[in-house]
Design a protein around this ligand. Structure first.
Ligand SMILES: CCCCCCCCCCCCCCCCCCCCC/C=C/C(=O)SCCNC(=O)CCNC(=O)[C@H](O)C(C)(C)COP(=O)(O)OP(=O)(O)OC[C@H]1O[C@@H](n2cnc3c(N)ncnc32)[C@H](O)[C@@H]1OP(=O)(O)O
Ligand SMILES: Cc1cc2nc3c(=O)[nH]c(=O)nc-3n(C[C@H](O)[C@H](O)[C@H](O)COP(=O)(O)OP(=O)(O)OC[C@H]3O[C@@H](n4cnc5c(N)ncnc54)[C@H](O)[C@@H]3O)c2cc1C
Length: 639
C-alpha cells in the first residue's frame, strides 16, 4: 500500500472524541490553540530543520544552534510573540541551547533572589538579551571553592553568570550565596581579567545535548562588586557587615524549585513523544502469528507488547496531570512567599524534588523501552529514539541527582512523622499521615478483580503502603543515637519510602483530575482506564512493598494483575487515538517510525539512501585499506 493513511483503520476504532482529548492534554482550549499554531509555524520553517543533527561535527552542530537561537529570537520579535508563545516556540524547535539557561535559570534566579533594586537593574538587560546569563552552581570537585563545571551556556556564549560561592566576611564563612558575575567583555566577548572559561567537551550521543556549551569556569582574584551579591535573603553592608532578612535561607535554592517543576512537565512531553512513536509503529508492524495464510499479527496485539507499552502511555498522561498540579502548587507557593508566608516551601521543595526524580527516571527508562518495542528499527537514528534518549537521560542527574533528591523527600517525611507527636496536623500531600493509626492496621477490601477499579480502594492501598514504609523507617531511625548515622545507614529504605510517597502523589492527582468536569464523548472513560492502568501497573511492579507491609494479600495482588490485563484490552482499540491526542507534528516527533500516516517502510528505505555514506557506491578508504587487503588474500590463495 503506497501513500494514504496507513493507520486510518486504527483511528476508526477510537471510542472517544480525540479533538476533546487534545484540549485535555494541552490543559485548555487556549493552550491547545497556541501550541497547535506554533508547532505548525516551526514545522513549516526550513530554518528549523533538525534531521541532519546526528551527522554534524560538534563545531557545525554548535554553530547551527547559534543560528537557530538567533533566528528564533528574531521571529519572536517580528511576530511579537507572548512569553507563552515564545516558550512553545522553544519547545518545538526542540534543541537544547544556551537560551534555556538564560530564560530558565539566570532570569528566575535574579527574580527570586535579587532585591527590587537589583531586579530593576538586571532584568531589563536580560529580557532584551543585551546580556546572556547562565547558572553556575556545580563544581568540578567538591566544596564551592574549586572550578565551576557543567553550567549550560557557560562554555562559549554567556556574558554573565549567577555564581554560587561561599561568602566570607571578617574571616567568617556564611555559606553559599548567589552572585551576578560578568564573565566576558560585551565588546569582543573575550573573558574578563582573572577569568578562565571554556567548554567541558563532547557529551553522550551524537547531536543530542552537544548543542549546549556546558562549561568550566575559574576565577583568579576576581572582584565582584558588593551590589552584585543577590541580596533578598541576606545582605552585606558597605562596611562589610553581614545580616539576614526575615526570610528562610532555603530561598537561596528557590530557582531549583522552579526548574524542577518545569522538568516534571517536560517529562510528560518526552515520554509521550517516545510512546507516540512506539505505539504507531507497533500498529504498523506485523510479525508472525499468521493464521490460514491471512496477514501476520500487528505487534500491538501481543499481550507482552501491551504490558510494556500501555503502562508507559498511562504514565505519560499521569505525568501530564501531576505536572499541571505542580505548576499550580508552585504558583501558590510563590504568591505566599510574596506575602511573607513561607509555610508551604518545605512541601513545595519535597514535591518538586521527589516528582522530578520519579518522572525523569521513569521517562528515561521509558524511552529506552520504546526503542526496544520498535525492534531493530528503533536503533536507527531515523526512529528519533536514540537522540531523544541521549538528550533526555541527563535529566536524571541535572537539577539534582535523582537519589540525592529522594533523600531530601525522605527527610521531609521523617520530619512530618516526628511532628505528629507534638500534635502538628500534616496538610497537603502528607495529609494522609494524619490518619496514620488507621493506615497502619487497615485491610484492603478487594474480593474480586473489579474491586480494584474503585478509586477509594486504590488510594487506601497506596496511602497505607507509603505510611507503613515511612513509619518503619522512622522506627528504625529512632534506634540510632546519632540521627545522621542512622539516616546514612538506612538511606536505601528511606529512598524506597520516598518513592512510595511520590507514587501516591501521582496516583492521587490523576484520580483528582477525574473528579473534574471533563467534556467530550468518552474522554473521561478513557482517562479512567489510563488512571487504573497506571495505578495497578505500579501496584503490580511494587507488589513486594504492598505484600511485605501487609497492605494487600497475595490473592489481592493476583486480582490486581488480572484486572490490569482486562484494562489493556480496553485500551487497545483507543491506543492510536490516545497518542494522536498529543497533537505532535511529524517535524517535532522527528521519527520515521512514528510518522502520522504510518507509511514507515518506503520512508525508511528512502532515508537510507540519503545517508552520506551512500553518496558514492565505493566508499572513501576502500582503495587505501580494503583493496590492498583483498589483493593480498588473493595472492596468498594462489600460492
Ligand atoms: C531557541 C531559542 C528561543 C528563545 C527563547 C525564548 C524564551 C523561551 C523561554 C524558554 C524557557 C526554557 C525553560 C527551560 C528550563 C530550564 C532547563 C534546565 C536545563 C537543566 C540545567 C541544569 C541545571 C543544574 O543542574 S543547576 C545545579 C542544580 N544542583 C542541584 O540540584 C544540587 C542538588 N543538591 C541539593 O539540592 C542540595 O539540597 C543543596 C545543594 C541545595 C543543599 O545541600 P545542603 O547544604 O547539604 O543542605 P540540605 O541539608 O540538603 O538542606 C538544608 C535545608 O534546605 C532545604 N532545601 C534544600 N533544597 C531546597 C530547595 N531547593 N528549596 C527549598 N528548601 C530546600 C532542606 O529541606 C533542608 O531543610 P530543613 O530540613 O528544614 O533544614
Ligand atoms: C547535561 C547536564 C547539564 C547540567 N547543567 C548544569 C547547569 O546549568 N548549572 C549547574 O550548576 N550544574 C549543571 N549540571 C550539574 C548537575 O546539577 C550535577 O551534575 C548534579 O547536581 C549531580 O551532582 P554531581 O555531578 O556532583 O554528582 P555526585 O553528587 O557526585 O553524584 C555521584 C553519585 O553519588 C551519589 N551521591 C551523591 N551524594 C550522595 C548522598 N548524599 N547520598 C547518597 N548518594 C549520593 C549520587 O546518587 C550519584 O550516584 C548539569 C549536569 C548535566 C549532566
Amino acid at each position: 500500500m503506497e501513500g494514504g493513511d496507513h493507520l486510518a483503520h486504527e483511528r476508526k476504532k477510537a471510542q472517544f472524541d480525540v479533538e476533546a482529548m487534545k484540549i485535555v492534554w494541552a490543559g485548555s482550549r487556549h493552550a491547545f490553540e497556541v501550541s497547535d499554531r506554533i508547532s505548525k509555524l516551526v514545522a513549516s520553517d526550513p530554518a528549523f530543520r533538525k534531521d541532519n543533527r546526528p551527522m554534524l561535527s560538534r563545531k557545525e552542530l554548535f554553530k547551527n544552534t547559534l543560528r537557530k537561537a538567533a533566528y528564533a529570537w528574531k521571529r519572536i520579535i517580528e511576530l511579537r510573540l507572548s512569553e507563552e508563545e515564545a516558550s512553545k516556540l522553544r519547545f518545538y524547535v526542540d534543541e537544547p541551547a544556551f537560551t534555556d539557561l538564560h530564560w530558565g535559570m539566570f532570569l528566575p534566579a535574579i527574580k527570586g533572589q535579587g532585591t527590587e533594586e537589583q531586579q530593576q537593574k538586571w532584568l531589563p538587560l536580560a529580557y532584551k538579551m543585551q546580556i546572556i546569563g547562565c547558572y553556575a552552581q556545580t563544581e568540578l570537585g567538591h566544596g564551592s571553592n574549586s572550578s565551576k563545571w557543567w553550567p549550560g551556556g557557560l562554555g562559549k556564549i554567556s556574558t554573565h553568570a549567577v555564581v554560587y560561592a561561599r561568602l566570607i566576611t571578617d574571616g567568617q564563612d556564611h555559606g553559599v550565596h548567589g552572585f551576578i558575575v560578568q564573565l566576558r567583555s560585551l565588546d569582543d566577548h573575550s573573558p574578563l581579567p582573572g577569568i578562565t572559561v571554556g567548554d567541558i567537551g563532547m557529551k553522550f550521543g551524537n547531536g543530542a545535548y552537544n548543542t549546549m556549551d556546558n562549561g568550566v569556569l575559574r576565577f583568579d582574584h576576581v572582584r565582584i562588586p558588593r551590589d552584585q551579591m543577590l541580596m533578598k535573603v541576606s545582605q552585606v553592608s558597605r562596611e562589610g557587615k553581614y545580616s539576614q532578612s526575615n526570610v528562610p535561607r532555603q530561598l537561596v535554592y528557590g530557582t531549583m524549585v522552579f526548574v524542577r517543576q518545569t522538568i516534571v512537565a517536560d517529562a510528560s512531553c518526552a515520554l509521550s513523544r517516545a510512546v507516540c512513536i512506539a505505539t504507531r509503529y507497533s500498529a504498523v508492524r506485523r510479525q508472525f502469528g499468521s493464521q490460514n495464510g491471512g496477514p501476520e499479527t500487528q505487534v500491538i496485539d501481543y499481550k507482552t507488547q501491551q504490558s510494556r507499552l500501555f503502562p508507559l502511555l498511562a504514565s505519560a498522561y499521569a505525568f501530564r496531570f501531576v505536572g499541571e498540579w505542580l505548576k499550580w502548587l508552585y504558583t501558590d507557593v510563590t504568591q505566599r512567599l510574596q506575602a511573607n508566608d513561607f509555610s508551604t516551601l518545605p512541601e513545595a521543595h519535597a514535591c518538586t524534588a521527589g516528582l522530578k526524580s520519579l518522572t525523569t527516571a521513569a521517562t528515561a527508562d521509558g524511552i529506552e523501552e520504546c526503542r526496544k518495542l520498535c525492534g531493530g528499527h528503533g536503533y536507527l537514528c531515523s526512529s528519533g529514539l536514540p537522540e531523544l534518549f541521549a538528550v533526555y537521560v541527563p535529566a536524571c542527574t541535572y537539577e539534582g541527582d535523582n537519589t540525592v533528591l529522594l533523600l531530601q523527600v525522605a527527610r521531609f517525611l521523617v520530619k512530618t512523622l516526628s511532628q505528629l507527636g507534638s500534635g502538628k496536623q500534616p496538610v497537603g500531600t502528607t495529609a494522609y499521615m494524619g490518619q496514620v493509626e488507621h493506615l497502619m492496621q487497615c485491610h484492603c477490601n478487594v474480593q474480586k478483580a473489579e474491586d480494584w477499579l474503585k478509586p477509594a480502594v486504590i488510594l487506601e492501598a497506596f496511602e497505607a503502603r507509603s505510611a507503613r514504609m515511612s513509619v518503619a523507617c522512622a522506627k528504625n531511625l529512632s534506634k540510632f543515637t546519632n540521627p545522621e548515622e542512622g539516616f546514612a545507614e538506612l538511606s536505601g529504605d528511606l529512598v524506597e519510602a520516598a518513592i512510595a510517597h511520590c507514587q501516591l502523589i501521582i496516583v492521587s492527582k490523576f484520580i483528582e483530575k477525574l473528579q473534574q468536569d471533563i467534556p467530550g464523548k468518552g474522554v473521561k472513560q478513557q482517562l479512567g482506564v489510563l488512571c487504573n492502568i497506571y495505578a495497578l501497573f505500579l501496584l503490580h511492579k511494587h507488589q513486594g512493598d504492598f505484600l511485605s507491609t501487609g497492605c494487600i494479600t497475595p490473592k489481592q495482588a493476583y486480582l490486581a494483575n488480572e484486572q490490569l490485563r482486562a484494562l489493556y484490552s480496553q485500551a487497545r482499540p483507543n491506543a492510536i487515538a490516545l497518542v494522536d491526542a498529543f497533537n505532535y507534528t511529524d517535524h517535532y516527533l522527528g521519527s520515521i517510525l512514528g510518522c502520522y500516516d504510518g507509511n514507515v517502510y518506503p520512508k525508511l528505505y528512502e532515508a537510507a539512501w540519503k545517508d552520506p555514506l551512500n553518496d558514492s557506491v565505493v566508499p572513501d578508504g576502500y582503495r587505501e585499506y580494503i583493496w590492498p587487503m583483498l589483493k593480498q588474500q588473493l595472492r596468498t590463495a594462489r600460492l
